[in-house]
Design a binder for this molecule. Structure first.
Ligand code: C2O
Ligand code: CU
Length: 524
């Protein structure tokens, strides 16, 4: 099943017969499974857990800075990396590594990131959680064509991987493109990833993801762990083919047509858990506080992360931040349920464990090998630690529901003949589903058939209700992605600020996204 058939877009061309011949899993079957994806097994022997050292992605140095801006350069290229010991995996990377280099920026300063595309395919780079002008937001048809493309830049007809997309050609560039991030946002754990129309799933799966951290004075003034004890942890699942490449169930292995085979339409789950690109790694930790910036960069997998053993008294994961930065006050969790694209900044005090304790980070939603994530080995060395989690972290203005100028409903579901849809419509670039006005607050209500992590570009939102009741335990603070379980409804308030233009909301299960569970909205 390719995307066009899946979407029913080709119905008039293919005829009803061709559509009927496509084995679309029934909604009933998907509901019965209740899972946001299907496991794809690796074809080679998997390594033992907790052997690899946890890698920490390098921080990208600016190539130039001036009074207001910092300039960065990233080359997107094919690289052969050793993810599993002794196995070479061909990847698509930012700068030759996976994850890509960590971009670290300062609130109030403009960051300009120039991307150069040396991949064999077009790319689109989105800063997830970025408060970004529309022309730098990584709209999915604003392609960066590979260096040396002879394409005019308007039409993408004939581009590998972009057949027939010329009807919706965006603001294309060839070779290099500058993405400008004005930095009008608070400190937060953001990430950047590929967002190409129809191919975000395979693009991210092959390695196109990295951290982007924003710092500010408010956060710097807090006594939180920093330096080596402030760790970004990108959690992903992957599967490997016998030849060491990443396995992915693309409907068209040549990736000329988007989409996955019908068995994987609900999402692709790998059987190897990677943290910062290493399988089930381990890290020696001091008996001290650590800040862990947890990011679920998996295509479809949900995790419930817990430390095992729990320290006496529980509450090991002290959440200090969410997608959009610091919470007003810390929230203690025994476990954190994290959906694709969500971030949870937590502080763990390893002094609560005896020296020598091996503390596993486990995934209670997994089974077998996917139930383990990584391990922290608590050292016996005496160390100084004057960091702590203050009772007050930040001041968060609570958006006022009575100030909302509009209420809009967005239903995320699988529609007969149309694939994954929002309000019954498969994605069509250029067709806006909502037109909020700059400076106003709106109440957006999301509802779902199955699991869908819903993401809104441009502005963070506040969750004000879940299934008619209070927000859930993982809904605190400013969010840009909120997870909905089957048949759930979530209400959020969002204020549209600073930038007019066309943005997106979509499901962040990347297989759903690629199969059209996206919509434009236009801020006017
Ligand atoms: Cu993380 Cu529109 O994406
Ligand atoms: Cu979805």
């Amino acid at each position: 099943m390719n995307r066009r058939r899946f979407l029913g877009v080709g119905a008039s061309v293919l005829g009803a017969g061709a559509l009927a011949a496509v084995a679309v899993p029934s909604a009933a079957r998907l509901l019965a499974e209740g899972r946001p994806g299907r496991l794809l097994s690796s074809e080679l022997a998997l390594p033992e857990a907790f052997r690899a050292a946890l890698p920490v992605p390098a921080v990208l140095q600016p190539v130039r800075t001036d009074g207001t801006s910092d300039h960065y350069e990233i080359t997107q290229k094919v690289a052969e990396l050793e993810i599993l010991p002794g196995v070479k995996t061909g990847m698509w990377t930012y700068g030759g590594t996976f994850p890509g280099p960590t971009v670290v920026t300062r609130s109030g300063r403009t960051a300009v990131v120039s991307h150069r595309n040396e991949l064999p395919v077009p790319s689109v780079t989105h800063l997830h959680g970025g408060h970004t002008p529309a022309d730098s937001d990584g709209y999915p048809v604003d392609l960066l064509l590979p260096v040396g493309s002879t394409d005019s830049g308007r039409s993408t007809a004939g581009m590998p991987g972009m057949p027939g997309m010329h009807h919706a050609a965006g603001r294309n560039a060839t070779g290099e493109r500058r993405y400008t991030y004005p930095g009008r946002q608070r400190a937060a754990t953001l990430w950047y990833h590929d967002h190409r129309m129809g191919f975000t799933g395979p693009g991210v799966w092959r390695g196109l993801a990295g951290f982007h951290l924003v710092h500010d004075d408010e956060e710097d003034a807090l006594p939180l762990p920093r330096g080596d004890r402030d760790l970004p942890l990108m959690i992903t699942d992957r599967s490997f083919a016998a030849d060491g490449s990443f396995r992915y169930p693309a409907a068209d292995p040549g990736l000329a047509e988007p989409g996955v085979t019908d068995d994987y339409a609900n999402g692709v789950l790998g059987d190897v858990i990677l943290v910062n690109g290493a399988p089930w790694p381990r890290l020696d930790v001091d008996r001290a506080h650590y800040r862990l910036r947890l990011l679920n960069a998996s295509n479809a997998r949900l995790y419930r992360l817990e430390l095992d053993p729990q320290p006496a008294g529980g509450g090991a994961l002290v959440q200090i931040g969410s997608d959009g930065g610091l919470l007003a006050a810390p929230v203690r969790h025994d476990g954190i349920e994290i959906a694709p694209a969500e971030r949870f900044d937590v502080v763990v005090d390893f002094a609560r464990y005896e020296p020598g304790t091996r503390v596993r980070l486990v995934n209670r939603f997994g089974d077998g090998r996917t139930a383990e994530v990584m391990r922290f080995d608590v050292t016996s060395q005496q160390v100084g630690d004057d960091t702590k989690v203050p009772d007050r972290l930040s001041t968060i203005e609570a958006l006022d529901a009575s100030a909302a100028v509009a209420t809009r409903d967005f239903t995320f579901r699988r529609s007969r003949g149309s694939g994954w849809t929002i309000n019954g419509r498969p994605y069509e670039p250029g067709e806006s589903i909502a037109t909020p006005a700059l400076g106003t607050v709106e109440r957006w209500r999301f509802s779902t058939d199955l699991h869908h992590p819903v993401h809104v570009h441009l502005d963070h939102f506040q969750v004000i209700g879940r299934n008619g009741a209070d927000p859930g335990p993982y809904d605190a603070g400013w969010k840009d992605t909120v997870d909905l379980r089957p048949a759930e409804a979530v209400e959020v308030l969002v204020r549209f600020t600073d930038y007019a233009g066309v943005y997106m909301l979509h499901c962040h299960n990347l297989e759903h996204e690629d199969m059209a569970m996206m919509a434009d909205f236009t801020v006017r």
